[in-house]
Design a protein. Structure first.
Length: 450
């Protein structure tokens, strides 16, 4: 987890970077190394108060460690500390951002596009909905009840009307319910989630695009978590079909700081029609005069942005090109395989209820009990007992309908269930250990309860 041997590589790269500035007169910064050492030690002590996010036994929330090349490239870039707003502040890193973003666009099937990196998925979705609101004159934005809460919040910020659409038993947007709402008119944008953060469900994009032809709305794909799975080779036919139609959407968001092996924060927003760049038009009295080339600040709502994030992404994509069948694809496939295998074990275990087959690499399951209240209580206890055994899962409140008709008593709308994000390829190799710890935790709790 904390291998420091790669720091030697950083030193070697720093020597190469230094060669580009040897014509400058030398100067020495007045750093107090003794004080820095003391403060760094204190900082390291404070950071011990964390869950072991990089370890395979952490299988709870969407926390994936950045690859070594991303960490090192980010640190290397910070010696220059470029700002990817105007080219004055980040010439090399701006060019690297354009190249890296173009590769992500090609992954979705776009050559002509407009796009850039953002501070994360929230900002990326905000830009997409800001453009959508401008293009559709402020009409209603729709998203499923399982879509990320950020969409309703963003619409509040943008003063766009927002409504939720119900989901089916597989946690995907209900197309029939969507059409009922579309028939009422005044819908400008439909947000399609490919990989919900709760269950990893993928909305039926092909069917929604069919409706677009009749009802004339924009389609925005929020694949902040799941976007990279377009490269995976082990999706179900239905899920693969949804990803194959992303190229027909109007905009798409993906977060390289999730499955793209990047440090926080690194999001990406893409538009199929480059002409939406005219919506960003503004005058700056001092920023954009150093070059006739496009400055990234001219097509982004954010101003100052860390060029180091672009450098890290560019370096990572040099090491792991976004090609089907490549090493990066293999990592994604191992994550999904881990989820499928965990689901199979849960499905066969009489103590658990696993109805939602994972589409990507998130698995959710409930604890079998007589009542919904009792099931929720046992899930919380298993969560706590698993953590005592160094297995870190997550809890989620989900509709009881996702778990079938398993309850003898009670008809509450939601249930607290266990949830696991198997986002590290190492999860595949650690699955036996993960299962053994879950098995022991469940046995401990359920034996005590009986």
């Amino acid at each position: 987890m904390f291998d420091s041997s790669t720091l030697q590589l950083l030193g070697e790269a720093l020597d190469i970077l230094r060669e580009g500035f040897t014509d400058l007169p030398p100067f020495q910064s007045a750093s107090d190394l003794i004080s820095i050492r003391r403060v760094l030690g204190e900082t390291a002590d404070r950071l011990k108060d964390n869950y072991p996010y990089p370890h395979p036994l952490y299988a709870g929330q969407m926390l994936k460690p950045p690859h070594e090349v991303a960490r090192l490239a980010y640190q290397l870039a910070q010696y220059v500390n470029p700002n990817n707003h105007a080219l004055d502040g980040g010439r090399a890193s701006s060019a690297m951002e354009k190249e890296a973003v173009a590769e992500i666009a090609r992954m979705f099937g776009w050559i002509d596009h407009l796009g850039h990196l953002t501070g994360g998925g929230t900002m990326a979705n905000l830009e997409a909905l800001w453009v959508a609101g401008r293009v559709t004159n402020g009409k209603v934005v729709l998203a499923s009840t399982q879509a990320h809460y950020t969409h309703s919040r963003i619409c509040g910020v943008l003063e766009l009307p927002f409504e939720s659409v119900s989901v089916d038993s597989l946690a995907r947007m209900d197309v029939d319910a969507l059409e009922v709402r579309l028939k009422r008119g005044d819908v400008g944008t439909v947000v399609v989630t490919l990989g919900t953060t709760a269950t990893g469900a993928c909305d039926p994009l092909p069917a929604i695009l069919d409706l677009q032809a009749n009802y004339r709305f924009r389609v925005h794909v929020d694949s902040a978590y799941g976007g990279y799975f377009i490269l995976a080779d082990n999706l179900t036919p239905q899920t693969y079909e949804a990803y194959s139609r992303v190229r027909d959407a109007d905009s798409v968001v993906v977060d390289p700081h999730k499955h793209g092996l990047q440090p926080y924060g690194c999001g990406c927003v893409l538009f199929r029609d480059p002409s939406v760049g005219s919506l960003y038009k503004h005058d700056s009295p001092y920023t954009y005069f150093s070059s006739a080339e496009l400055h990234l600040g001219e097509i982004s709502l954010e101003c100052s942005r860390p060029g180091a994030a672009a450098v890290a992404l560019w370096a990572t994509q040099r090491l792991f090109p976004l090609d089907k069948g490549g090493e990066f694809t293999g990592m994604l496939s191992k994550c999904r395989n881990a989820a499928v295998h965990l689901y199979s074990r849960l499905e066969e275990d009489s103590r658990f209820i696993a109805e939602l087959k994972p589409e990507l690499d998130i698995v959710v399951w409930a604890v079998k009990a007589r009542t919904i209240e009792e099931s929720s209580r046992l899930a919380r206890l298993i969560f706590e007992e698993a953590a005592r055994q160094d297995l870190h899962l997550a809890l989620a409140n989900l509709p009881t309908a996702f778990f079938g008709d398993s309850w003898q008593v009670g008809d509450g709308p939601t249930i607290t269930c266990l949830r696991s994000c198997l986002m590290k390829p190492e999860h595949h190799d650690w699955l036996d250990s993960i299962w053994n710890k879950l098995d022991n935790a469940a046995a401990t709790v359920l034996n005590s309860a009986s």
